[in-house]
Design a protein around this ligand. Structure first.
Ligand code: ADP
Length: 251
């Protein structure tokens, strides 16, 4: 099997390595004057993974979409590799560094699985494209379905197509909104392994999930959101032991 170094090594010198790759400061968002996220403060270094956990409506999508450069914050800042994402020029940093998987697969109705990968390969100038694309299709068990259109795929297969596109391109920060939903256990294991590899390569991995168990053995920190506020944050073990997730019915 082909080795898959997905992540773009964005941090090259020693001084930069000590700087966080992702910095969220007092990050908040209102919709029509109502706060969906109050104040999120977070620093994430290269090679770290964070899980955002919380009920529907707790603010996970809002936080991740702002990190991905697709939703202007009402308050606070998002910095990726030291660049303020919402200042002029910031969108270029996002495009080159942040790979984003939205909560619902957004695929082209007239393009096959393989076409989607071709498109991403071209747009992002993916090196060693054939081997990487083939390895991803293999690991997500999509190789035999690569000539199918989105309407011919199950929900989980569409999700895996979207995940393959995000993992194929170079990135320094991988942001995934509910990547596990719709995946069967073998696909979940494949994704867990791929995220662990991305992390090992030095990427920041941030994802939201309802399935706290998916974060086990993968993340450095779990952040529990409730009604737009951080209810608890800590290591996976700490959060599980605290009982907070039981109390919120999230375990
Ligand atoms: P989660 O991802 O945890 O389910 P969201 O970030 O999607 O939470 O939503 C947080 C809150 O913001 C919810 O109360 C939701 O109704 C509200 N919200 C999200 N998007 C919009 C929008 N585009 N317009 C108005 N309210 C929104």
């Amino acid at each position: 099997m082909h080795d898959l170094p997905y992540a773009r090594p964005v941090v090259t010198d020693r001084t930069a390595r000590e700087q966080p790759l992702v910095e969220l400061r007092d990050l908040g968002r209102d919709y029509a004057g109502v706060a969906a996220l109050y104040e999120l403060d977070l620093e994430v270094a290269a090679g770290q993974a964070i899980a955002l956990v919380g009920h529907n409506g707790s603010g996970k999508t809002t936080a991740l979409t702002m990190l991905a450069g697709r939703l202007e914050p009402t308050r606070g800042t998002v910095k990726v590799a030291g660049v303020d994402v919402y200042r002029p020029g910031g969108s270029a940093a996002v495009r080159s560094l942040v790979s984003f998987v939205p909560d619902a697969p957004a695929l082209y109705a007239d393009l096959t699985v393989a076409d989607h990968l071709d498109l991403v390969g071209l747009a992002h100038g993916v090196e060693d494209f054939d081997a990487r694309a083939a390895a991803l299709l293999e690991r997500f068990d999509l190789a035999e379905r690569r000539h199918l259109l989105p309407r011919e795929l199950s929900r989980g297969m569409r999700q895996k197509t979207q995940l393959s596109c995000a993992l194929l391109r170079p990135f320094g920060v991988l942001v995934l909104d509910e990547p596990v939903s719709g995946l069967d256990p073998p696909s979940r294991r494949a994704l867990h392994g791929l995220l662990a590899e991305a992390k090992q390569e030095g990427a920041v991995v941030m994802f939201s999930t309802h399935q706290l168990g998916f974060a086990e053995g993968l993340v450095d920190r779990v952040i529990v959101l409730a009604d737009g506020r951080v209810a608890m944050a800590g290591t996976y073990e700490h959060v599980v032991a605290s009982g907070e997730v039981d109390e919120l019915g999230l375990s």
